[in-house]
Structure formats: structure tokens, C-alpha cells
Design a protein around this ligand. Sequence first.
Ligand code: FAD
Length: 414
Amino acid sequence: MNMEVVSEVDYDVIVVGAGPAGSIASYELARAGIRIALLEKFTIPRDKPCGGAVMARGLHIVRGKIPKRIVEQMIHGLRFVLPDGKEAQFKSDRLIGITVFRSLFDEFLAKRAEAAGAELHENARVVLASTSEHHAQVKLRNGDQLEAKFLIGADGVNSIVSRSLGLRPKRKNPFRIGLGMEADFHVGHEGVMEATRGDPSILEIIPVDGRISYGWMFPKKEHLAIGIAGASVHMHPLRPIFESFRKKLEARIGIDLKTDKKRTYFLGGDGILGKNYTRRALLVGDAAGFVDPMMGEGIAYAMRSGQLAAAVIKRCLDQDLYLEKHLIEYQALCHDEFAANFAMAERAALKGTSFAESVLIHAQALKMSSELLAALARGEIGYSDIPALVVRNLPREIPRFVRTTIQSRILKKQ
Ligand SMILES: Cc1cc2nc3c(=O)[nH]c(=O)nc-3n(C[C@H](O)[C@H](O)[C@H](O)COP(=O)(O)OP(=O)(O)OC[C@H]3O[C@@H](n4cnc5c(N)ncnc54)[C@H](O)[C@@H]3O)c2cc1C
């Protein structure tokens, strides 16, 4: 037991940012009876540049209880388009995720936290954060100051909390930070069906010509979410790269893609390398850089890190533990759950399209590939489990693999 004196504060925990990470952390803490202020700089619902694919791993965290009106498409597979135009498709009978509009999905999570007892403050932009021996403090743009026993920085990729607390440098590293552009194109139901060849349950990943980067087309009910992303150093000039990607996609799917609402954005990085805790404060989600370096997927990691942060802070509050060393456990938990995955994803991302060409095209011939993908998306395995699972399951697959390889060679010769 730490006998340090804790002065009177406004809240037990201040959470900065009502994205998936902050809202999940707030929900978990509020339902344990902990006094929470959830501060969001915009009014809710707020817009967020995102493909809007929420993997099943994330859905498990809300126990699948997503209102139907929020679900745009149920997702069962992934299709990778390779630089030579060939495709590798993986489809499972099991649900691997859903697509959503982030404004509605994030609103649902924020209101869920509020219903559990968190005090949701909209238009509450934090401009400075600090911690001391006795409390954590944030200063808002309107001049208000709030104090709490703990602070959670859930304020996304440009996190003011992480920079104020010295956990991240003021300037972004262009080699580690992602940069991209995206838009939701309204094409109507017919357009979605045409663009997806009648199967809107598939997320499509498409290379960007001449760049170490990738693009995507994610189907919604009446929209296609289309975007490109890559390490910031490879993404200049951004607008022309996006335009040429859009035109190439138009030709591929045979549909006009028109919008005036393109959004430029940064994508988080180096979460596992960075320190995500300090005295009385933790970073979660994009603020901590928890984004898959290969796929750019971050929603499920944001939700899970919010859950882990809540568990560690709850334990500290229960036992009156307020020193930096009491929060190390959070770093360790995130490391255990995410590090191997991120390291493997980073190695694959560095290989760029050569990874796709050398691995995916062969992998699609294996029945187990789709099931491994589903298990990954559902959080039943991590990337790092794949090699062992392949070795274990390969003998069963060999006859089928040989058969399909021979068949495809014969077809090619005809
Ligand atoms: C273009 C793009 C496409 C993506 N597509 C996908 C995808 O399809 N699937 C996927 O899993 N991931 C995707 N990602 C990643 C995903 O969007 C993020 O990983 C995820 O949103 C992280 O959630 P978060 O809660 O940590 O941060 P955010 O969702 O960014 O939420 C942070 C919140 O903090 C608020 N805030 C910021 N600063 C302050 C402040 N000073 N004071 C108060 N509030 C503040 C913001 O307004 C925001 O509401 C994509 C990212 C981008 C950029």
C-alpha cells in the first residue's frame, strides 16, 4: 500500500478523447463506479477519416452488441490485388468484421460510456496536460482546469497528452508516421454491388503504383470507402498520387468516383517501441501508436488498449497506488498482446509488394489460409502464431495444394 496523500480532485480519471480507445476505457471504469470525465474536442457525432472496417476482435470487446443501424456491411473476406493485376482472395464462412461510418460507431461507444456513468464533455479541447506527485491535470482551451488522480491520453495520432507529458517528441518522424488521403464515395446500392462484383462482404487491398504504400476499397451500404496510405516519406505529392489511384480504380470497377470531400490524415506508428506510461498517466490507441504497421488497422487495438488501461488504473485506485512504477504493468500487458503481431506486420510491410507476390498468391490455394485470416481478425490467433499453424496444418493441405497448382498450370497452357 502506498501511503502517499492524494489531494481533493475533480475526478478519479480524466480521459482525453472520445474515440474507440477513450470511450472503451471510460465505459470500463465508469461501470466500476469510478468518477470519469471523458473530454472530446468536438461535438458528437464527429467525423473521423477512416476506412471503417472494425475487425471481429474489436466487436468481441462490446460483446457484439452493435446496433444494426450502425452496421454497413458484414465482412467475411479480404482480396489482395497484386501489382501485376492478379488477385488473392480469402473468404471465410465466419464473420471477420463489419464496416461502419466512424461518426456513428464512435458516437455509439461514447454514449455507451456516458450511460455507464462517465461524464461526457463535448467541445472540451485539451491544450495542455501535466502530472505531479499529487494529481494529473488538464487545461482546456476555454481556460478551465480539471484535476484527477489519473489521466488517460486517448486523443489520437496527434495526441497533445503524449507530447505534453514528454512521452512522444513534438515533431513526427516521417519514416515511422503514416500519411494518406481517403474519401467516402456515394455510388448507391447498385454501384456497391457492381464495384464488388456482387459480393460486398469482401474488403479489397490494392497497391499504389510506384510507391511503397497501399490503397483500399471497403464497401458500405451505398458508399465505397477508398483511400491510400504509406510512410510519410513515400507519399509526396499526396493529392496527385490519390488522383491517379482513384482513376485506376474507376477503370477497374467501371464506376465514376466523384467527391469533393477528400481528407488528408496521419496514421500512428511506433507504439510498441514508445513508452506509454508515466506518473499518473497512460496512453491508449493511436495516441500510443497502436496501429498495425502493415494493414493500418487500429480500431480493435484502440479498444483493447482502452480495456487494458482501465483494468490497470482500476487496480491502482483500489489499492491507492500512484507511482509511475505501478503503471508499468500496462506497458507489459500491451507488449504481450501486440508486440509480436506488430513486429511481424512491420517485417511484411517493409517487404512491400514482394511479400504480397511471394506469399499471398500461393497462400490462397490453401484452404487453411482463409480460416487463419478469420482467426486473426477474430483475435483467436496473432500473426506470430501463423508459421507454427502452417507447419502443423500443411500436411493435410498438400494433396489439395498440388491438385490446384497442377490444374492452374494446365489452364494457363490451354
Ligand atoms: C484514413 C484512415 C483509415 C483507417 N481505416 C481503418 C480501418 O478501416 N480499420 C481500422 O481498424 N483502423 C483504421 N484506421 C485506424 C483507426 O482509425 C485508428 O487506429 C483509431 O481511430 C484509433 O482510435 P483512438 O480512439 O485511439 O483515436 P481516434 O479515433 O483518433 O480518437 C481520438 C479522439 O480524441 C479527440 N481529441 C483529439 N485531440 C483532442 C484534444 N486535444 N482534446 C480533446 N479531445 C481530443 C478526437 O477528436 C477524437 O475524437 C484508419 C485510419 C485512417 C487515418
